[in-house]
Design a protein around this ligand. Sequence first.
Ligand SMILES: [Zn+2]
Ligand SMILES: [Zn+2]
Length: 137
Amino acid sequence: MKIELRRVQAEPLVLQEEFPASALDLETEEIKYDTPLSVRAEVSRITNAVSVSLRVSARRRMLCSLCLTEFTDELDRKMQFNYRVERFDTILDISRDIREEIMLDYPMKPLCNSQCRGLCPRCGKNLNEGGCSCGPT
Ligand SMILES: [Zn+2]
Ligand SMILES: [Zn+2]
């Protein structure tokens, strides 16, 4: 997301943009995006200090690390960034910072549900769908 600095003043400028998750290289083996990222930003500037507050949302799918089932997850995150710019700077690109904030929140082991029972280690049945005949493990 690029901000044209000449349009930014003390009064917040509201920007609304959508871009594909691929533009920020956000997809991983376990996390895929179903919708583009929708970003609403409020940008204001006082001399060399630019402040950006934004809200990012998207719908995505994650793969549960225990039962290997895909589940839907809503991304809805608020972020706040502050920058110092030089007088002759024209463009402020905040894509990297947005990406970093989102990636920081990625779970190491996504879970479809905190109570997920995973797969039976013997027969591979999804134990969230009921027991299997292997008996208690
Ligand atoms: Zn699960
Ligand atoms: Zn089993």
